[in-house]
Ligand binder design. Structure first.
Ligand SMILES: Nc1ncnc2c1ncn2[C@@H]1O[C@H](COP(=O)(O)OP(=O)(O)O)[C@@H](O)[C@H]1O
Ligand SMILES: [Mg+2]
Length: 234
């Protein structure tokens, strides 16, 4: 579904991603894991069209999207849930969700998608008229994911879904991510919570200083010496 081949990404003229190659098959949950500052968010921005690769290619469903702009990438079926959620704090839950459906003005279609989001996150239905700023971290993350789903993506990009969430809710968020996948949405996520991500995903790539240093099934990567020593301190 998604093929990223030998991409380089730069900020100004400073390269931060070097020769990164990975793929996501339809129906998978793929995780990119690694510590802070290693380039995970930059890679998602590269896929979402917010950063244009200076070398290499990105293709989606066989189409070259390397130079496609972010707006058009959303309409092809890729949606990014950004790091730190980026909600509109003074707007209601409903309005934040509604913003994710900006490509359609078909009211019935929007309500159908909203009902789907409420079915996954019943709490959001109860809180639909509350300002986003009054929600807990976990609930805000639900709004961010829900907003991402409102464009009805085929591929959902999740940047640190566990960020700022109470530890006991992190399991719950990953459970929901698996449910969303089981409903037919392919998932590419990046995480510093290496253990949670590796337990939840099908396949994973370890990113260090802007390069892929290991790939495999979630289980194999979790059991690898690299991960056990470098991230889990075992
Ligand atoms: N907007 C930016 N301008 C310049 N450098 C950036 C910018 N965003 C990230 N970087 C740099 O790119 C590198 C990778 O960052 P990032 O992709 O955010 O990593 P991660 O998501 O793994 O924490 C870091 O060295 C970071 O300082
Ligand atoms: Mg990041």
């Amino acid at each position: 579904m998604l093929n990223v081949e030998k991409i380089q990404l730069k900020y100004g003229n400073i390269p931060v991603i070097h020769d990164v190659t990975f793929r996501v098959e339809k129906g998978e949950i793929v995780a990119l894991v690694g510590g802070n500052g290693n380039g995970k968010s930059s890679i998602l921005r590269g896929v979402a069209g917010l950063l244009t690769p200076s070398l290499g290619t990105v293709s989606f469903e066989g189409r070259d999207i390397t130079k496609t702009q972010a707006f058009d990438i959303v309409s092809l079926g890729i949606s990014l849930v950004p790091e730190g959620r980026r909600l509109f704090p003074s707007l209601s839950v409903y309005k934040n969700l509604r913003l994710g459906a900006y490509l359609t003005d078909d009211g019935k279609e929007i309500e159908k998608r909203m009902d789907y989001v409420y079915s996954i996150f019943p709490t959001l239905k109860e809180r639909k008229d509350q300002r986003a700023s009054t929600l807990s971290g976990g609930e805000q993350q639900m709004v961010a994911i829900g907003r991402g789903l409102m464009s009805q993506p085929k591929l959902l990009l999740l940047d640190e879904p566990s960020w700022g969430i109470a530890p006991k809710l992190v399991d719950k968020i990953f459970e929901v991510i698996r449910e969303i996948r089981n409903n037919g949405v392919t998932i590419l996520l990046v995480e510093q919570d290496v253990q949670e991500a590796l337990e939840a995903c099908d396949r994973a790539y370890v990113i260090q200083t802007g390069r892929v240093v290991m790939e495999g099934t979630g289980r194999d990567v979790l059991n690898s010496e690299l991960i056990q020593k470098a991230f889990l301190g075992l």
